[in-house]
Design a protein. Structure first.
Length: 513
C-alpha cells in the first residue's frame, strides 16, 4: 500500500536554504580555513619564547691519488647539537604575540561578517525568487485578461458596438503585456541563477518567508547595538590593536636581547692509529647579549612607520563607525518607508480593483470607452507589481537592519544547523609544542618592555586622530555625536516602526489580485 502512495516533494524553507549555504558556501569555507591559519599565527608567535633544539651532522670523505697510486684516505664526521633559549627580548616577542592574538580575534569577526553577508544574500535571493514568481503570475493574469478583452472587442465590432480603433487599442496593450511577461520570465530566471550561486542548488518549491528577529524599538537602540556588535567596526578595532602591538614590537628593537645557548659537538676524523679512532667531544655553553648601537636609522624608521600605521588604523575605527551608523540609518529609513509603501500600496490595489471592475461594467453599458478600461487594467497591474516589490523591500530592509546591528546569524533562522565554532580549533592548537620555559620567558620579557599598546593607542570607544596643525597633539575625532547631529532632520517619530518594538513585517499577507 505504501508503494501505491505517490511520492511528494517537500517544499524548501528559508532555514533549509541557509543551512545549505552555511555548510557549502565557498566564501564561508575559505574564511574558516583562513581563521585556522590565523590561529597558527598565535602559536608561532608564542613559540619564540620556547627553546629551539637543532642537530647538524656533517660527513666528509677525502682521498689522494698521486701518480695513480693510492696514498691516503680518510673520512671525518662532525655532529653538533645546539640548544637556544631566549631569556629577554625587550618586549619584541611580547608585541608579536599580542599582534597575532589581535589578528586572530579580528579574523573571527571577519568570519562572522562573512557568515552575516552569506545569510543576507540567501535572504535576498530567496525572497527575490518568491517576489519574481508572484510578479510573473501577475503578468500572466494580465495577459489573460487582455486576451479576453481583445476577443470580446473583436466580437462586439461585428455587431457595431465598438470600432476598429478599440480593437487596435486592445491588441496594442496585449502586445505590450506580452513583452512585459517575457521580461518578467527573464527576471525570474536571473534570480534563480543567483539562488543557485548563493545557496548551491536550484530553487524548487519555496515556502513563504518566516518572521525574522525582533528589531530595536528606537534608532538610538539600533546605534547602541551597532557600536557593540557590528562586525566591520570590531574588525577595525582589532586591526588598531594589532598595529599598536606591532608598534610596541618595533620600539622593542632598540633594547637588548638575551638568550641562553648550549652546544655539544662530537668530531671523528676517521684516521686510525694504534690507539684507535681519533674522536673528540666538545661542550659549549653561555649567554648571548645583543644590543643595537647604530643601524643607520633603520630601527627608528621602522618605529615611525609602525606608529604611522597605528594612527591610520585609529582613523579606520572612526571610518568603520561612521559606515556602521550609515548602514543602520539606511536600513531603518528604508524599512520605515517600505512599511508605509506596503500599507498604502494595499489600499491602492483595493481601489484599483474596484475601479477596474466598475470601468469594465460601465464599458459594457456604453458609459466608458475601451481605452479607459485598458488604462484601469494597467493601473491595477502597476499597483500589484509595486505592492509585491514593497513587501520584498520590507523583508530585505529588516534583514539589513539586523545585519547592521550585528544581530543577524545563521543559527537565528536555521536552528537545526551545526554551528561552526572557531574557538574549538584554537583550543586544539593553542598549546601544541608548549613548554614551561615559555611561561618563564614571557614573564621575564615583561620587565621594562614597551607595552603592546603604546602612547599612540586609541580608545576603542572613540578613535583619536592628530590635529593637522600640530601632529604632536591628539584631538578626539567626530564619532557618534556628530552622526547624531547629522541625523537630526530624521526625528524618532518619523523613524519609529509600526507595532512598537516587535518589528513585525506584513510580508506573508494575502497576495495576488
Amino acid at each position: 500500500m505504501a508503494l501505491c502512495v505517490p511520492a511528494t516533494t517537500s517544499a524548501e524553507t528559508l532555514a533549509d536554504a541557509i543551512a545549505s549555504a552555511y555548510d557549502h558556501n565557498p566564501q564561508l569555507v575559505q574564511q574558516r580555513y583562513l581563521q585556522k591559519a590565523r590561529d597558527e599565527g598565535v602559536v608561532q608567535a608564542r613559540s619564540q619564547y620556547g627553546p629551539n633544539v637543532s642537530v647538524q651532522t656533517q660527513v666528509q670523505d677525502s682521498r689522494r691519488h698521486p701518480l695513480g697510486f693510492l696514498q691516503s684516505q680518510g673520512t671525518s664526521q662532525q655532529t653538533a647539537v645546539t640548544i637556544n633559549q631566549p631569556l629577554y627580548t625587550s618586549g619584541r616577542v611580547r608585541g608579536q604575540v599580542a599582534a597575532a592574538t589581535a589578528a586572530m580575534k579580528g579574523g573571527r569577526e571577519e568570519l562572522r561578517l562573512t557568515e552575516e553577508q552569506v545569510v543576507q544574500d540567501v535572504i535576498q535571493v530567496y525572497a527575490g525568487v518568491l517576489r519574481d514568481q508572484e510578479r510573473l503570475e501577475i503578468g500572466r493574469e494580465n495577459v489573460t485578461v487582455l486576451q479576453g478583452q481583445l476577443e470580446q472587442n473583436a466580437k462586439r465590432k461585428q455587431y457595431g458596438d465598438v470600432t476598429l480603433t478599440d480593437v487596435a487599442q486592445s491588441d496594442a496593450r496585449l502586445a505590450a503585456a506580452q513583452i512585459q511577461l517575457a521580461q518578467l520570465e527573464a527576471n525570474l530566471a536571473v534570480t534563480r541563477a543567483q539562488y543557485l550561486q548563493v545557496v548551491g542548488h536550484n530553487p524548487g518549491k519555496l515556502e513563504p518567508l518566516p518572521q525574522l528577529g525582533v528589531l530595536p524599538p528606537t534608532i538610538d537602540d539600533a546605534f547602541d547595538l551597532a557600536e557593540q556588535n557590528n562586525p566591520s567596526l570590531r574588525i577595525a578595532q582589532y586591526t588598531e590593536v594589532q598595529s599598536s602591538a606591532n608598534a610596541a614590537s618595533a620600539r622593542a628593537g632598540q633594547g637588548p636581547t638575551i638568550s641562553l645557548m648550549g652546544q655539544g659537538i662530537y668530531t671523528n676524523s676517521g684516521a686510525f692509529h694504534i690507539g684507535g679512532p681519533n674522536g673528540q667531544r666538545e661542550t659549549i655553553a653561555g649567554f648571548t647579549i645583543t644590543q643595537p648601537i647604530f643601524s643607520s636609522g633603520a630601527i627608528h624608521s621602522q618605529i615611525r612607520e609602525a606608529d604611522a600605521r597605528n594612527r591610520a588604523d585609529q582613523a579606520g575605527i572612526d571610518i568603520a563607525r561612521r559606515s556602521a551608523m550609515e548602514s543602520v540609518t539606511n536600513a531603518w529609513v528604508n524599512l520605515s518607508a517600505s512599511r508605509v509603501a506596503v500599507t498604502t500600496g494595499q489600499r491602492q490595489v483595493d481601489s484599483a480593483q474596484a475601479a477596474f471592475a466598475g470601468t469594465s461594467c460601465e464599458e459594457l453599458n456604453g458609459l466608458r470607452s475601451t481605452i479607459e478600461t485598458l488604462n484601469a487594467e494597467e493601473e491595477l497591474q502597476a499597483a500589484q507589481l509595486s505592492l509585491v516589490q514593497s513587501r520584498y523591500s520590507v523583508y530585505v530592509a529588516h534583514a539589513a537592519l539586523l545585519a547592521a546591528t550585528g544581530e543577524l546569524s545563521a543559527q537565528q533562522i536555521a536552528d537545526n544547523i551545526t554551528v561552526y565554532d572557531p574557538e574549538a580549533n584554537f583550543k586544539h592548537v593553542r598549546y601544541l609544542g608548549f613548554t614551561p620555559f615559555q611561561l618563564a620567558a614571557a614573564g621575564v620579557d615583561r620587565i621594562a618592555s614597551a607595552p603592546p599598546r603604546g602612547k599612540f593607542s586609541a580608545d576603542l570607544a572613540g578613535a583619536n586622530v592628530p590635529h593637522p596643525e600640530n601632529p604632536g597633539q591628539l584631538a578626539p575625532a567626530p564619532g557618534r555625536a556628530l552622526m547624531n547631529q547629522r541625523l537630526t532632520p530624521i526625528t524618532k517619530s518619523q523613524l519609529r516602526l509600526p507595532n512598537g518594538e516587535t518589528g513585525r513585517c506584513p510580508l506573508n499577507d494575502t497576495r495576488g489580485r
